[in-house]
Design a protein around this ligand. Structure first.
Ligand code: PSU
Ligand code: MN
Length: 342
């Protein structure tokens, strides 16, 4: 029998033409400056699992040229519609195609966190300037766009954090304050070992962000450090599986609490680079960034570049493996969430 909920979904579906009739994005009904792809619109209206993906990982990550199509296929293979978020020629967009991402990479993009969204949109979506810049959105920028679009789960690589010496420089990633104010569940491999992980978790606690690590049955586990599964810092909470993660998302939503959720997914064991092995490389990269004046938003990209060089590229397959694993995990969480919401 059709319940009122199903009827509403059916009606929304009828009003939303099927994606194959569309070739480009359309304005979001509530936020007209935001463009959203018909496939993502359709998925959201029909309780089809959908996950957000960030674009900084493509515009500033330099991991692999075919990564956009690759991550899309991983999301689909695990049952979720991928929604890459970013700013295409000044137009905030949810559901960028691999071709659009290639264009952003080729033409160059600004690294865009929450603070940059309105400035870029002013040039493109408002003023319609011909050469409005692209913005590769970070985790914080992507969370804002995902939340506006109504996407609940987001898979990515590593979260920004409190930088080493952050108590002096005040370099604290906007990803952390975003998790305090925007209700999106982020699946990441914890945060990079070159950050101050203890202070990062303290800051997230103050922000009211839930932090838990997938622990596969164990009761205690470290909050992971990106290339390494261990960080020396215990995870505040643990998650049994994707269904439990989805239940936390649903509970947060039904409680009306607006803060975000961080689900840490340790790097697959076979790709992990032990913490002790990475430490020297990390120290060198952090010191050089400091000496050469790569601070603020230029700090993370510089350090990542130096780590690639100092590990002779060994950091790259590890980075790829963890992103793949996070996208798959996020898709599974979205699938479980759709089941709980049905
Ligand atoms: N981790 C990665 N690659 C990245 C980033 C993190 O492995 O490209 C990006 C993410 O987009 C993250 C951002 O949101 O760096 C954090 O930058 P900052 O430290 O400037 O806040
Ligand atoms: Mn920063």
């Amino acid at each position: 029998a059709l319940t009122p909920k199903h009827l509403l979904r059916l009606r929304l579906r009828l009003r939303t033409p099927h994606p194959r009739h569309y070739s480009s994005t359309t304005p979001h009904p509530l936020h007209p400056l935001l463009k959203i792809s018909p496939e993502v619109t359709d998925a959201l209206a029909t309780n089809t699992p959908v996950i957000a993906l960030e674009s900084t990982i493509y515009t500033h990550g330099a991991l692999a040229p075919d990564l956009p199509a690759h991550l899309e296929s991983i999301a689909r293979a695990h049952g979720a519609v991928p929604a890459v978020c970013g700013i295409l020629a000044g137009v905030p967009t949810v559901g960028l195609t691999p071709a659009e991402i290639d264009r952003m990479v080729a033409e160059g993009a600004k690294k865009a966190s929450r603070r940059d969204l309105a400035y870029l949109a002013a040039k493109g979506a408002v003023l319609g300037e011909a050469a409005a810049p692209h913005g590769g959105t970070t985790i914080s920028g992507t969370m804002v766009l995902a939340r506006l679009a109504g996407i609940r789960v987001f898979g990515t690589g590593g979260l920004g954090g409190v930088h080493r010496g952050g108590e002096r420089t005040m370099d604290v990633s906007a990803d952390l304050t975003e998790l305090g104010r925007t209700r999106v569940a982020v699946v990441s491999s914890g945060c990079k070992g070159f950050l101050d992980i203890g202070r990062t978790l303290e800051f997230l606690e103050t922000q009211g962000a839930f932090v838990a690590t997938f622990a596969e049955g164990r009761e205690k586990v470290d909050f992971p450090a990106f290339w390494a599964r261990e960080s020396g810092v215990p995870s505040p909470s643990v998650l049994r599986d994707e269904r439990e993660a989805a239940a936390v998302i649903l509970a947060q939503e039904r409680l009306g609490v607006e803060s975000g959720l961080l689900f840490a997914n340790p790097i697959p064991e076979e790709f992990a680079i032990p913490r002790a092995e990475m430490e020297k490389v990390l120290e060198t990269a952090v010191r050089e960034a400091d000496e050469k004046g790569f601070s603020g938003s230029a700090n993370t990209p510089y350090i990542l570049k130096r780590i690639r060089e100092l590990t002779d590229g060994r950091s790259v397959p590890a980075n790829l493996a963890l992103v793949e694993s996070n996208v798959a995990r996020a898709a599974k969480v979205a699938v479980e969430l759709a089941k709980l919401m049905d």
